[in-house]
Write a protein that binds this ligand. Sequence first.
Ligand SMILES: [Zn+2]
Length: 302
Amino acid sequence: MIGERRPGVAEEVGSGSLRVRRVLAPNPSALTERGTNSYILGAGAVAVIDPGPDDPRHLAALLAALAPGERVAAIVVTHAHRDHSGLAPALAAATGAPVHAAGRAAEGRRPEMEALAASGLAGGGEGLDHGFAPDLRLGDGAVLEGDGWRLEAVATPGHLPTHLCLDAGEVLFSGDHVMGWATTVVSPPDGDMGAYMASLDRLRGRRAARFLPGHGPEIADPAARLAWLAAHRRAREAAILAALGPRPLTAGEIAARVYTDIDPALLPAAERNVLAHLIDLAGRGLAATPDPPGIAARYRRA
Ligand SMILES: [Zn+2]
């Protein structure tokens, strides 16, 4: 069954004594691959990690995946994007389980990112879940336990300031921070490239043999994937630096030069990724802009 990944069908993806069921949500798109992966961790008193989009079909599929007598003891959300958190209120209402997460959608931005948001730059594409509010907040290192499972929260800002990975020992639930099929959207003002790179480093040395991501297939070699992702971003950064000269350019102008290998539908996301790099480069003294914060800001080499 592993690898089949059809919407609504519970698949066993655990390791050894750790039971994990994956239920794919019916929300395929250019940003979600085949859809959001929701996970049911343990057996008996289980945790649901990332309930997924607010869709009654997916709620029914999650409840149907439980064995008779099982109950949801905890709902854990990696981050407040609607494709991960949207179903949390309905699942909580159906099961009585509390919702755990690091925080709300727009929390935790650096002042520089708040200034960007104040310029009118809204989140890019994926949809902040502005109504999302956890019942209980998971700080970095917080531990949740149930029947046959133990989860440690690992703060991994970058995709969102309040993004969490969840380390279950044998496996690590990597949300949208590390995915098997595509790189993570890092879209200011909520995405922060410097934080994202530091969060990749944070996952090195975790003992999980596999990562189970929010989208796409499992990651069988996490160390190699982390190394590749970091190298990929450094290569993009080098290309952006190479495109920067004395004449200032916008993120969109740079994206059109640097991203020659992607689906045109993803170019707006690429523009945001470039802006994320430019903000990070400016913070490190390698780029500069004469303009106020915003998507139209032009950057030159510092
Ligand atoms: Zn996301």
